[in-house]
Each structure stands twice: as C-alpha cells, then as structure tokens.
Design a protein around this ligand. Structure first.
Ligand code: SAH
Ligand code: F3S
Length: 481
C-alpha cells in the first residue's frame, strides 16, 4: 500500500460508522497521494461533530467534498470530470453543496468559483479546522474560501476515524508540507512549508491504533526523513532554537527508534524518503529493529547529474549510489523502490541512458514512473521550456517501465523456494479462495486461504512469481502473532 498513487483506491468514497443524531449526509472522495486519503479521514472526523454522517451514495448527499491532487495535469483532469458528474446530480438535487479540498483548491483558490460554477466551497490542506465556519457561510447562501497555508497546523489534536480500513494497516502523518523545492513539483506551493508533528501526539495516535489491534503502521510525510521536533517551529528555524530545545530535539531516526522499541509486534513502514535527507542513522535504526520493514521508497527522478541539478534534487548520481551501497551493506535484503520522471525539459537521449544505467545498477524491486507534466507556477515551468516531444517522453517512459518490469521479476525470482513472513491484508482481487498480503520488502504475495484470517502473520513458501506478485503456500503462523 506504499504506492504513492494507488490506482485501486482513487476516487473511493469514504464511509464511516454513523453517529447517532447526525442528520446531514456527507459524500467525500479522495484522489492523489496517501496524505489526501489520510486528510479526508480528518475532515470526516471534524464534520462528524457538525452533524454529518458519511454516505457512499452521491445522489443522497447534502454536501459533496472532493479531496484533489495537482501533481500532474492528468490528476486535475480526473477531478474536473468528477465535478461534471456532481453538476449533473446537482441539477436533480439543487440543495446539494459541492466543496473542493486539497491541492487543486490551494492551487486554483477562488478561480475555482469563477471557472466551475457548481463549486460552493474551496478549502486548502491547512484550513480543514475552519470547515464548520465555512459550511455555515455556504448554508447562508454565500460561497466560502479558505486557502491560507499554515506554519504550524499538523492536525495532531484530531483523531482520524479509520472505520473503512481493513483494521490491519494504518497511516499516521508525521510531517506536512515540503521545503525541498524540486523544480518540477507543485507540492511546496499547495501544501506549504514543512512542519513536524509533536512526537507525543504521534505516540498517542499509535497507542490508539495498537489498542485497536492494528498490525502495521506507515509513518507518512512528503519527506519523512526530514522530520524534526524541537518544541514546534519550522525546520529551517532550528538553528535559532535554544540549547535545551536542541538537546531534547527528536529527529526521524529517534522517532522511528522510539516507535519500534515500544511496539515490537507492530510492523513499521515509512514513506517517502528523499535521498538528500535520508541519513545513515535511519538505516542503522532500521537494521536494529526486526519490526521495521526492510523497504525504502527512495525516488531518484533521473539518473543524469545534469538533470538532477536542473530538478534541484540536491544530490548526485554518485551520492545516490553511495546511499544504496550503505543501505545494502547494513540491510542486505532491503528492497528499494523508485519514482522516475521521463522527459524533463532538456532531457537528452544520453540523460535517458543514464537513467536506464542507474536502474540497472540498483535493480529496484518496484517503481512509479511518470512522463513529465509541466505544472504552472513551479520553477521548471517558469524557467524551462517543456521541450521534449510527447512521443519521446512516452517512448522513454515505456523503456523505463520495461526495464523496471525485468528488474521486479529478477528480484521476485530470488524469493522462489524461500519462506517469508506475510501479513494478511485482504482477499486476492483475482480469487476469493486466496489471501493477499505483503512481506517485509513490501512485495505482494498471494496464497490459498486455509484457516488463516485477515491480520494474521503467516509463513508462506514461495513457489512462483510474476513481475508483480509472489505466489505460494502458507505453511504455518509466524512467531509474530
Ligand atoms: N515527496 C513526495 C513526492 C510527491 S510527488 C512523496 O511523498 O512521495 C510523487 C512523485 O510524482 C514524485 O516523486 C515525482 O516522481 C512525480 N512528479 C512530481 N511532479 C511531477 C511532474 N510535474 N510531472 C511528472 N511527475 C511528477
Ligand atoms: Fe515534491 Fe521534491 Fe518535496 S518531489 S514533495 S518538492 S521532495
């Protein structure tokens, strides 16, 4: 489930248990990264106190909220299509109100109200606590907008309701925003400055998940390794902190260590790691704890030093290799996945070959690959012409996808004949006689159900594989149950 964009859950409407006495109906759906799905649970939790129960039926809704993504143009087009659908429903039910949340709300602000006549409400990612006031405005017949970004908001005091989850794995946000300013990326503009959440509130949320028997927790942030708590405040102001604050500060390695130590039976994951911010102490903590999964999502974007520089990724190809070598030295069986962009402005055939040769070196277990999509307002859009023809971007993308498929198969084949621990998460999509779960390396395994149930840790002997999945047979419980 570490997929940044999980195509299976895109647009899924969130349904929570009904709160008695609530009379209004909320339809909320989410697009984009895991953070949006996580935020929607916060929004639903805030609105439950305002008299809203969730519904999965659009036609029934009093309020429709769509949590949006701006990362690529295609993501925005998907949302615009959904708005057309809401518009059709609104013609039948004129009292229905429509609100846009998330990154597109932040990017387009009140333009949304002018362009999309059906939108009543526009709320950016840091303004969800203002929803009760904004909805009052809308009820009074006025449009409402709040897209103010915050330097402090982490929603640490709101306990998200997770009733739609499988009860096995949960996501816990630990940082919001991003300060890295990769030149292609819209996130720093839509999600604002990077801030870290109080470790105490993180621990409380994990305590709560542990008491509800969750088995796997993923710590979430646009750039998790950059986590730093010193009593509040932006990371860039840490230098100005007092000696006491510096001495008692909690960085990502320390946070990870604390959580892993306290919950030895819970599997821990984290995402996303930026190579320039991932430090050796994090890898050492991973190596120290059995319950921290041996998997790192480590986007590279390009294998060419020149392109990395143009992207403002603050590391070189050589430094990335060093990091990979260190990971493999300390955790030989650690899986690594990538994000790669093809056709960034000025990318030549030689740059593209550099990406392919980098992939050959790392042989990633998994990858998320995209053709460059120019985003208005980003540094790349302002400074560089989107000059790689669409057909070239696509061809390079296909070559990269093919290489990745080969590498995934290569990595998966190494598991044949081995027995691995799998946490059962759900029924296999292809067969109701099979369970589906993941091993520590985040690779999906499918096997006959037997007497096992969702949430069990089982030992599975791997007999076959594809480029996407391991296939095998459960031979007993693991000692983690
Ligand atoms: N650090 C974030 C990154 C979010 S964006 C995280 O939590 O994962 C996810 C990926 O989308 C990026 O790593 C990048 O590969 C891709 N991406 C971002 N902007 C893009 C753009 N303008 N065009 C194409 N792909 C992009
Ligand atoms: Fe985007 Fe780079 Fe941050 S990809 S989210 S600016 S690390």
């Amino acid at each position: 489930m570490e997929k940044i964009i999980d195509e299976n859950i895109q647009g899924q409407a969130l349904s929570l248990d009904k709160k008695e006495g609530n009379t209004r109906k909320l339809f909320i759906e989410s697009y984009g990264c895991q953070m949006n799905f996580s935020d929607s649970e916060i929004v639903a939790s805030i609105l439950a106190k305002e008299g809203f129960n969730t519904t999965q039926n659009l036609e029934d809704a009093d309020l429709v909220l769509v949590n949006t993504c701006s990362i690529r143009e295609k993501a925005e087009l998907t949302v615009r299509k959904r708005l057309e659908k809401y518009n059709a429903v609104k013609r039948i039910n004129p009292k229905m109100k429509v609100g846009v949340l998330g990154c597109m709300a932040e990017r387009l602000k009140s333009k949304f109200l002018e362009e999309e006549k059906i939108v009543d409400l526009v709320v950016g990612p840091d303004a969800y606590k203002d929803l009760p006031n904004l909805i009052e405005e809308v009820d009074a017949g006025r449009n409402a907008v709040n897209v103010i970004l915050s330097k402090e908001e982490t929603y640490g005091d709101i306990s998200p309701v997770r009733l739609q989850s499988n009860g096995v794995s949960a996501f816990v946000s630990i940082t919001r925003g991003c300060d890295n300013m990769c030149t292609f990326c819209v996130v720093p503009f839509t999600r604002g400055r990077e801030r870290s959440r109080d470790p105490q509130s993180i621990m409380e949320e994990i305590d709560d998940l542990a008491s509800k028997s969750f088995k796997e927790i993923t710590l979430l942030g646009q750039n998790v390794d950059s986590y730093l708590w010193y009593g509040g405040g932006l990371k860039k102001d840490f230098e100005k902190a007092s000696e006491f604050q510096k001495a008692t500060a909690v960085n990502f390695a320390k946070l990870l260590d604390m959580v892993a130590e306290k919950y030895p039976k819970i599997r821990l994951r984290f995402t996303t790691s930026n190579p320039q911010d991932m430090t050796l102490d994090v890898i050492e903590v991973m190596a120290k704890h059995k319950n921290i999964c041996k998997y790192i999502h480590l986007p590279i974007q390009s294998g060419s030093d020149r392109i990395l520089k143009e992207m403002n990724r603050l590391h070189t190809r050589e430094e990335y290799f060093e990091l990979i070598d260190n990971i493999k030295k300390l955790i030989p069986d650690c899986a690594i996945s990538q994000d790669i962009i093809t056709g960034f402005p000025t990318e030549t055939e030689e740059d593209h070959q550099d990406t392919l040769s980098l992939m050959e070196y790392v042989k990633y277990e998994y990858g998320f690959m995209f053709a460059y999509s120019e985003r208005p307002g980003t540094l790349a859009a302002r400074k560089l012409e989107d000059d790689v023809p669409e057909a070239t971007k696509k061809r390079r993308l296909n070559e990269i996808i093919t290489a990745q498929r080969n590498h995934s198969t290569y990595r998966h084949e190494a598991f044949i004949g081995k027995t691995v621990e799998i946490l059962i998460e759900k029924e296999s999509k292809k067969s109701d006689a099979h369970w589906s779960g993941r091993n520590t390396q985040n690779i999906v395994a499918v096997f006959p159900k037997g007497d096992y149930k969702i949430g069990d840790f089982v030992m599975v002997r791997i007999d076959e594989c594809t480029s996407a999945t391991l296939l095998g047979e459960a031979i007993g419980y693991s000692d983690n149950n």
